[in-house]
Ligand binder design. Structure first.
Ligand SMILES: [Zn+2]
Length: 382
């Protein structure tokens, strides 16, 4: 295996508690793993040497929440919303109709396109949910296609109740036949616990059925109202409660005392013109926070983790350091992956080179394409 020494790193923000931030740093990539990190002056020799021009290096972003298996778009709904129509869970059904009619090849093309966008935005690992099929066959093939691109696949049959299906009947279908078909292609199970989607009892039933099949739990929680989703997530030791836009003090306390990550999705608030989650309150309470894109055709059709970081700083009172941390090791923690999100010996060799003197520029220069290189598994891929 070839060892590659990366040198001339002006600032390396490792996200590792001990290594911290290193100026004039170097990294050795040994195949798909990092084998050494430190000041360039003490770097050991390697097979090849690549200079990074004094730029900033951070870990590859870990996007722990994305909905990429669909076809069609909802730009008309977006235009209407920007003219004052409120966002509601029901818009999902439009995408369901398009997705059910699409062959695998079209679904694959869409995931491939968005995975490419994510990579160019610095995302080296992403989670991908089903949830636009809402029937056994389409949910199963959605996950089969997603698994071609990422090991972090999530069964979201409980995204919304499909039209013309009684609720009880649909919830039992999700927990039985649909779960049986989807579980072999999924690592996680998720539910949209919200008014207009699934109530707490339905959500619990779905998550428990998935957990019984060996899937890890994640929950769309407290996005549109201060509902029971966060408490449910914590009670089931879900890896993540996602959105967390409307929280009670009890919700914040529950998250702080748990290993459930609060995954914040500011691109959704941006694209639905909604109030942002209070990241400061969560961080001050000691909650682990992740930032993710929520890329989906309805409420947040963006793959830009840098924009999510900029919004987290501008609108949610996170410091740039906290926002980058949430987008890297925070996302890895939300996926219960301790091999990602940190630049340290033994971790995956996934990193981003920023054309900037500091990662602060991700927030300070919003919308500017600062990602000049992406390395994944020890190889330059963008
Ligand atoms: Zn979502």
């Amino acid at each position: 295996m070839t060892a590659t020494l990366l040198v001339d790193i002006g600032l390396l923000a490792t996200q590792d508690a001990e290594l911290g931030e290193i100026r004039d740093a170097a990294i050795i990539l040994d195949g798909p793993r990092i084998s050494w990190v430190g000041p360039v002056a003490s770097a050991p020799p390697a097979d090849e040497r690549v200079g990074l021009g004094g730029k900033t290096v951070v870990p590859g972003f870990v996007d722990s929440h994305a909905h990429l298996v669909f076809v069609g778009d909802r730009s008309e709904e977006f235009v209407a919303r920007m003219r004052g129509m409120p966002y509601a869970a029901g818009g999902i059904r439009v995408t369901v109709a398009d997705t059910r009619g699409a062959p695998d090849a079209l679904l694959r093309l869409n995931v491939e396109r968005l995975a490419g966008e994510l990579l160019r935005a610095g995302v080296t690992t992403f989670e991908c949910k089903s949830g636009y099929g809402l029937d056994v066959a389409t949910e199963e093939r959605s996950l089969r296609v997603a698994a071609e691109f990422t090991p972090e696949t999530t069964f979201l049959g409980a995204h919304v109740v499909p039209p013309d299906t009684p609720r009880d009947e649909y919830v039992s279908l999700v927990c039985s036949e649909m779960l049986d078909a989807c579980a072999p292609h999924a690592r996680w199970i998720d539910v949209f616990c919200e008014q207009g989607a699934f109530d707490v009892d339905e959500s619990r039933a779905v998550l428990q059925a998935g957990i019984a099949r060996g899937l890890g739990a994640r929950v769309h929680a407290n996005q549109l109202s201060a509902g029971p989703g966060v408490q449910l997530a914590v009670s089931l030791d879900a890896a993540s409660a996602d959105h967390c836009t409307h929280l009670s003090d009890a919700d914040v306390d529950a998250l702080a005392g748990s290993s459930t990550v609060a995954t914040l999705l500011p691109l959704a608030e941006f694209s639905t013109r909604s109030p942002y989650p209070d990241a400061r309150r969560l961080l001050d309470a000691g909650v682990t926070v992740a930032l993710a894109t929520d890329c989906n055709p309805g409420s947040a059709y963006s793959t830009s983790m840098p924009l999510a970081i900029a919004l987290a700083v501008r609108e949610m009172a996170m410091t740039p350091a906290e926002a980058v941390r949430a987008a890297t090791v925070g996302g890895a923690t939300a996926l219960r992956r301790n091999d990602l999100g940190v630049i340290a010996p033994g971790r995956g060799a996934d990193l981003i080179v920023l054309d900037a003197p500091s990662y602060v520029h991700l927030a300070y220069r919003p919308g500017v394409p600062l990602i000049s290189q992406v390395w994944q598994g020890g190889k330059r891929v963008a």
